[in-house]
Design a protein around this ligand. Structure first.
Ligand SMILES: Cc1ncc(COP(=O)(O)O)c(C=O)c1O
Length: 360
């Protein structure tokens, strides 16, 4: 079976974790600070704060950006639930824009339509889905024109670039996930990046029970801290991120050059984007039949995402209607992600392409 995802945990990660375990300093401490510093440097952003997950990083970003109960925030329905849930945690109101059917990212023209019809939108929460940057030229134009805060969910886009600028450096804050399927992992973990010093200070307090100083609680906060154990894994993974991404890009290139089947649509990559292929996602009309074919030949796959957020039971109970984003609805019935991770061998990649080429 060729798996859809596999974390690359090697001797460097194991040795570093062992060192931390032997030191006894296993909670949040110096190793976390070191990981934050190196991650900020890599992403070319001033400040980084490590968190317990991508979800807690998003939640902290929403609080620190002062998004209040009732505030409307435009986001995408074609993402993992954590993106929009982070708004619901604070009783803010997600407003779903539709997506581009080729890039799967939020469609700036749909965002603009919403902005023209609503004068009370406070922020834009975007996702660089599957490792591909959003259309930042258009989106930055809109954030300026309509005076919106921008938060970037980079859970799937470690190291992706738009016009040579690292994603995660466009908004007031950006968030990362280090879940084991991601481009780099810490087991569970996340990171928040910002260039804004006062937001950085706020987030430091939010993730640590509102403490600016020990046992002085100046605001409501949480325990969203990362452990030194996770940070030790992260430090070793960060050293390998370029190699991991290069392997993903190489695997994707092989698919794009060698998959030739009229019923399959391959991913689209706009010229000014560096795609880091968290997923290699293709479109196929009769998906059930196609995934049976993959299963029969031992090829793992993923459906990201089978149901847009505004069609999820919890969201429809809140009054959301997926018919408002028809493209997200249509695309959720057509997408299939195939294995592209760095642990795949040349033979694996060749087999995946061959099996897809023989599908009819
Ligand atoms: C787009 C997106 N946002 C947020 C998250 C949440 O990250 P985590 O699972 O680390 O909480 C994920 C990951 O699963 C994700 O893919």
């Amino acid at each position: 079976m060729i798996q859809i995802a596999k974390p690359m945990i090697e001797k460097e990660e194991i040795l570093h974790v062992q060192k931390i375990m032997n030191s006894g300093m296993i909670a949040s401490g110096k190793t976390v600070l070191d990981f934050e510093k190196k991650f900020a440097e890599y992403m070319e952003v001033n400040y980084a704060i490590a968190t317990s997950s991508g979800t807690t990083a998003l939640h902290a970003a929403v609080i620190a950006a002062a998004i209040q109960p009732g505030d409307k925030v435009i986001t995408t329905p074609f993402t993992f639930a954590a993106t929009a849930n982070s708004l619901l945690f604070e009783k803010a109101v997600p407003v779903f824009a539709d997506i581009d059917p080729n890039t799967f990212n939020i469609d700036p023209s749909s965002v603009e339509q919403i902005l023209k019809n609503n004068s009370d939108i406070k922020a834009l929460l975007i996702v660089h889905l599957f490792g591909l940057p959003c259309n930042m030229d258009k989106l930055m134009e809109l954030t300026k024109k309509y005076n919106l805060l921008l938060i970037e969910d980079c859970a799937q886009s470690h190291g992706a670039k738009y016009n040579n600028q690292t994603v995660g450096s466009f908004g007031i804050a950006s968030t990362y996930s280090f879940y084991p399927t991601k481009n780099m992992t810490t087991g569970e973990g996340g990171m928040l990046l910002t260039n804004n010093k006062s937001l950085y200070k706020k987030v430091q307090a939010i993730i640590n029970h509102g403490q600016q100083e020990r046992y002085i609680h100046t605001q409501l906060g949480y325990n969203f801290r990362m452990t030194n154990i996770a940070a030790a894994i992260g430090l070793e993974q960060l050293k390998k991120l370029n190699t991991f991404n290069a392997k993903r890009i190489k695997n994707a290139k092989y698919y794009s050059e060698n998959i030739k089947n009229d019923v399959i649509t391959l991913p689209t990559v706009p010229k000014n984007c560096k795609h880091v292929y968290h997923q290699y996602t293709i479109k196929v009309k009769n998906r059930e039949k196609f995934i049976n074919h993959l299963e029969k030949h031992g090829i793992g796959f993923g459906i990201y995402y089978p149901i847009p957020l505004n069609a999820q039971p919890y969201y429809t109970q809140l009054g959301y209607n997926p018919l408002e984003t028809p493209i997200a609805m249509k695309i959720s019935n057509e997408v299939v992600s195939i294995p592209v991770h760095p642990a795949l061998s040349k033979e694996d990649i060749q087999k995946v392409a061959e099996v897809i080429n023989h599908y009819e």
